[in-house]
Design a protein around this ligand. Structure first.
Ligand code: 5AD
Ligand code: SF4
Length: 410
């Protein structure tokens, strides 16, 4: 058997795409290894949302030059969003690359492998199915119809393409039958999913009713589709996880407008309040140092963080992306970006611990990921007194919190 080493950068959709590519390569006789030294094929699945992510992938590609020379027959595949953005011009800098497969090529990856002539099918070859863990990922849509002024995703991934619900349900049922009790639905703007006669909430409810499905999560939603109708349709379904990752990006209505996010600070906070009133923990993404962000705007972000009571916040320095409208604007200097990120991170640091403290005394439903640890429905990490089989759902109560760990009474 030949060996395949995969390095994945970026979001959960990329992890799901890497799994899919690994399955196609398994049919061509490649089994997974965690060690680059023993691999015959290196697959680098990339992200381009910020310059830093792209840079890391390119620097790995640089290092692979030597790796490839060390043993004859070694191959390199460069895939994902950075591959989509840079395309064939990568071959100029990295002539030793064997195959480029952009993010949009994921559905034709197998055909690309065939066309290259480098990876013939091996009759009877095994599969690369990972040991079933707890979460089974199912991509339900790709692309984005928004046009946030800082974001490269719409140009790299293209417009929204929704998978048919019949295919999604089949895939989710398959995952559940393989032993994944939690199904995570994935998409760049996952809750933009739609189908004639069916809403995203309908889909969530249908997936949650499949045999073997204990819990359903979804990433990443856009605030535009968190409506009263959506909340009414999911709030009484306990299998839909009580956590939502809802990127806000800025706390200033002025900056939100310039980012073209389509909502104001007040509207976002209304949505957070509605979610929290129904028991959802809310986490978020924030960008600091958008070109038009004044000190006052930045302070509004700080105050929004306090007001919203997020359970977590991922914070990023603004990174200009070629071809986006914001890339034309005057940038803040690196020192300002660093300072703002530092201040925000300091504010955010206590958020998770405070959210954990707020859980003490509450009932928890833990899906076990190790014999004594798992995640609650609202996405808190919890430790049980007794040991349980991985994948079981444990009902208990949070007795105390130690940093970012709940200790239960079970
Ligand atoms: N610069 C910095 N952060 C960005 N993100 C998206 N585009 C950029 C950019 N140009 C962040 C957003 C998004 C997350 C996935 O990445 O916060 O929610
Ligand atoms: Fe990018 Fe905005 Fe689309 Fe999210 S909604 S992928 S930030 S353009």
């Amino acid at each position: 058997m030949k060996k395949l080493f995969i390095q994945t950068y970026g979001c959960q959709m990329n992890l799901a795409d890497s799994e899919e590519m690994a399955a196609h390569l398994a049919a061509r006789g490649f089994e997974l290894t965690e060690l680059l030294e023993e691999a015959d094929l290196a697959l680098v699945n990339t992200c381009t949302v910020r310059d830093h992510a792209e840079h890391r992938a390119l620097s790995l590609l640089g290092r692979l030059r030597r790796w490839k020379r060390e043993k004859s027959g070694r191959r390199i595949i460069f895939a994902g969003c950075a591959a989509q953005r840079l395309g064939e011009k990568l071959k100029k800098t990295f002539p030793y690359l064997d195959l480029i497969s952009g993010a949009k090529d994921i559905d034709s990856f197998s055909t690309l492998l065939d066309k290259s002539g480098l990876f013939p099918s091996v009759p009877g070859a095994g599969n690369n199915a990972a040991q079933p863990g707890v979460s089974g990922y199912v991509t339900i849509m790709r692309g984005c119809d928004f046009a946030c002024s800082y974001c490269i995703v719409p140009s790299v991934r293209g417009p929204v393409h929704c998978l048919p619900s019949a295919d999604i349900l089949k895939r989710a049922a398959q995952k559940a039958a393989e032993g994944y009790p939690e199904i995570v639905l994935l998409g760049q703007t996952v809750n933009a999913w739609r189908e004639e006669g069916k809403t995203f909430a309908d889909l969530l409810n249908e997936v949650s009713a499949l045999p073997g499905v204990e819990r359903v999560r979804f990433v990443s939603p856009h605030p535009a589709f968190i409506t009263p109708e959506f909340l009414a349709a999911v709030e009484h379904n306990p299998k839909i996880a009580r956590h939502i990752h809802l990127p806000v990006q800025s706390g200033s209505s002025k900056v939100l407008k310039e980012m073209k996010r389509g909502y104001t600070r007040e509207l976002f906070l209304e949505k957070v309040d509605a979610l929290k009133a129904r028991g959802f923990a809310v986490s978020t993404d924030i960008i600091v140092g958008f070109p038009t962000e004044t000190l006052q705007d930045f302070e509004e972000t700080l105050s929004l963080v306090e007001r919203a009571g997020f359970s977590a916040a991922y914070c990023f320095k603004y990174s200009p992306r070629a071809g986006t409208p914001a890339a034309q604007m005057k940038l803040w200097d690196e020192k300002t970006l660093e300072e703002r990120l530092d201040i925000l991170l300091n504010r955010v640091r206590g958020l998770a611990e405070a959210a954990y403290q707020r859980q003490v005394g509450k009932p928890v439903q833990i899906l076990m990921e190790t014999p004594d640890k798992g995640r609650t429905s609202d996405n808190f990490w919890a430790q049980t007194k007794k040991s349980y089989t991985i994948g079981t759902m444990v009902q208990s109560q949070a007795q105390s919190a130690q940093g970012t760990l709940l200790l239960t009474r079970d």
